[in-house]
Design a protein around this ligand. Structure first.
Ligand SMILES: [Zn+2]
Length: 257
């Protein structure tokens, strides 16, 4: 299995090597670690050096990190160009939704310009995009990436209306499900409606969850429980969903066996 989105570089992981070992023991063979800004991208690369082929780095510029400047986004774009052969994706990038500043019209216009720059870079360097585009931002991000000519993308922790979800699927993009799929109706409905060849599994650790995960540190080993929950909802076997989500992640990120 593959955790398609986990921030193992985050300072909330006091012992990333322990988390990686527990993931491997649980049958998770690779973890995509998306950076969120210049310093985070450098930390992701440090981690990759220790676990080549297991930690798969992506370089990004998180849309909700309002402390980052225009200069920072240029720095990330330069790093993507430099490292294009050693990264598996551009991300996490996207559009802001949470908090007061995300509601500011000027801020949103600037964020759309930034996203379209990253989308064009992904096309230029033949890399997929990892998108953060919650709720109404999903439809807006979809328009931007289609205009840029993006052919490979995942809408991470997707939460939007059914019409937008169908448009994303029809455009050939992927949608990833988090541990919330084990206990939250919205995510469970999504798990039932998606075609099997469009689903990815992710933890988005260290983000903490409720339900059966309450009080536990979110680790990539939890992918096993995400896959089990999806299989249960779709009335199929664990093996079938493990195989499908792994094949989807391999196709999206071009991960070799
Ligand atoms: Zn994330």
């Amino acid at each position: 299995m593959i955790d398609s989105h986990v921030h193992l570089d985050a300072d909330q992981y006091p012992d990333p090597s322990g988390a990686i070992k527990r993931a491997c023991d649980a049958g998770v063979s690779a973890m995509v670690v998306p950076g969120v800004g210049p310093a985070s991208n450098r930390a992701v690369f440090e981690l990759t050096k220790e676990y080549p082929g297991v930690i798969l780095p992506a370089l990004g510029f998180h849309p909700e990190r309002f402390e980052h400047s225009e200069d920072d986004s240029r720095e990330v774009l330069e790093m993507i160009e430099r490292e294009r052969d050693s990264i598996c994706a551009v991300g996490e990038v996207g559009l802001p939704w949470y908090g007061e500043r995300a509601k500011d019209a000027g801020m949103l216009v600037a964020a759309k310009v930034t996203l379209s720059r990253f989308a064009r870079a992904a096309v230029t360097f033949d890399l997929p995009l990892i998108l953060h585009a919650p709720h109404a931002r999903a439809a807006e991000a979809l328009t931007i990436i289609r205009e840029a000519g993006v052919t490979r993308a995942v809408f991470h922790w997707h939460k939007s209306d059914e019409q937008t979800t169908r448009a994303i699927i029809n455009a050939g993009y992927f949608i990833s499900l988090t541990p919330e799929v084990a206990y939250r109706a919205r995510d469970q409905d999504l798990a039932r409606m998606l075609p099997a060849n469009r689903i990815l599994a992710e933890t988005d650790g260290p983000w903490r969850y409720g339900g059966q995960f309450a009080g536990r540190l979110t680790e990539p080993a939890m992918i096993k429980e995400v896959v089990a929950a999806i299989a249960h909802l779709r009335c199929t076997t664990f093996e079938e969903i493990a195989a499908a989500t792994t094949a989807n992640a391999r196709a999206l990120f071009r991960i070799r066996e």
